[in-house]
Design a protein around this ligand. Structure first.
Ligand SMILES: [Zn+2]
Length: 234
């Protein structure tokens, strides 16, 4: 039998004190960490917060009034980001969604969003889907964002009455058509307020576009979008 590399012994030893494993490399990490510092440094951050404008904002502004838009990561197929989003969505990892929301918020803090927006409004799931999945990943991401940005999460402003099929293979116009009429707005609590829609991943931008349009039609003062990942190649 081949002797084990020293790094494996070190890893096993560290596991005695640090019971959590890095989601990507399985190295032991602190309880409140999901990803080790080495893997964290390798994540494809967009750095949109360092620029005056960005492709997500421009994509949205071409179709609907959008006051602000940012994404934390580029969505890259078969990369750790795809793995993270999958864990958040399908393996009901609420803590991971919250931690990633906090990671994003720490980047956004210098933007002063607290002074520009009144509330975070997560893209809702239909009651049926929520029951099946057990939690809404966008709410957990929003809770993580809120804990750092100090902007409240309000889950009642948008409600979803219709599901769309998976958006991966749909064009933006297909997706827009499919989602039109999917959301209803709590008009009384939206009027004259500035709101940030929160989503996990923006592919065609259609979901965010419809949510923002509904909020603006209901009298919102301004709208923006925060999403964890942005798929640039769509
Ligand atoms: Zn790692």
């Amino acid at each position: 039998m081949q002797p084990l590399p020293v790094s494996v012994y070190i890893r096993d030893f560290l596991h005695l004190f640090l019971p959590n494993s890095c989601l990507i490399c399985r190295y032991p990490v602190q309880k409140d960490q999901a990803i080790c510092s080495l893997c964290h440094a390798e994540l494809p951050f967009t750095n949109f917060w360092e620029r005056a404008t960005n492709p997500l904002l421009e994509q949205l502004q071409a179709r609907t009034p959008c006051a602000y838009a940012s994404a934390c990561f580029y969505f890259i197929k078969k990369s750790p980001i795809q793995q993270i989003l999958h864990e958040i969505k399908y393996r009901t990892d609420k803590d991971l969604a919250y931690i990633m929301g906090r990671t994003f918020a720490e980047k956004l803090l210098p933007e002063g969003l607290k002074h520009k927006f009144d509330a975070l409004t997560p893209v809702p799931l239909s009651a049926q889907k929520l029951k099946k999945r057990g939690f809404n990943q966008s709410v957990e991401i929003a809770n993580g964002l809120s804990s750092v940005l100090d902007i409240p999460v309000e889950t009642h402003l948008l409600d979803r009455i219709k599901d769309g099929k998976s958006q991966t293979s749909k064009s933006r116009s297909d997706r827009y058509y499919q989602l039109n009429g999917a959301f209803v707005v709590d008009e009384k609590n939206v009027r004259s307020r500035s709101l940030l829609v929160v989503d996990d991943v923006s592919t065609t931008g259609a979901t965010a576009e419809i949510c923002m349009s509904e909020l603006l039609n209901a009298g919102a003062n301004s709208c923006g979008l925060l999403c964890l990942a942005y798929r640039a190649d769509f």
